[in-house]
Design a protein around this ligand. Structure first.
Ligand SMILES: [Ca+2]
Ligand SMILES: [Ca+2]
Length: 129
């Protein structure tokens, strides 16, 4: 005797992805649509957090957690959805090590940099002779 195969009713249902269809209402700044079983949910995108005063999402001020090299050489610049680290002149921001690295101004021009004769690199500057 053979068993008859049955198809579970819900396997035949079409599951809508409101996010892909573009019919979601996650249109406030910083919001992303996430598909859920039977519906969708508006979440905050990376770099945003739920607003305390409304349904929308607000920028996370990452600079409050000091993610950049310390001042006075390094500084943090909070921007909408992200942030950036900056260094004062003579230093360049190194993302891999999260440090402000000295610019070797003497490397250019065959080791003379902008100097007419001799160039000596220093931390944050250079000496010309
Ligand atoms: Ca931010
Ligand atoms: Ca230098």
């Amino acid at each position: 005797m053979r068993m008859r195969e049955r198809i579970h009713p819900w396997s035949q249902q079409q599951h809508k992805n409101e996010c892909d269809l573009g019919v979601d209402s996650c249109s406030l700044p910083g919001q992303v649509c996430n598909n859920t079983f039977g519906g969708f949910r508006c979440d905050c995108a990376g770099g945003y957090e739920p607003s305390a005063t409304s349904d929308s999402c607000q920028d996370v001020n990452e600079c409050l957690n000091d993610p950049c090299p310390a001042g006075p050489i390094g500084s943090c610049n909070n921007t909408d959805g992200t942030y950036s680290c900056n260094c004062v002149g003579g230093f360049i921001y190194n993302q891999a090590t999260n440090t402000c690295d000295d610019v070797n101004e003497c490397l250019a021009n065959g080791g003379k940099g902008n100097c007419s004769d001799e160039c000596r690199n220093t931390n944050g500057n250079f000496i010309t002779r």
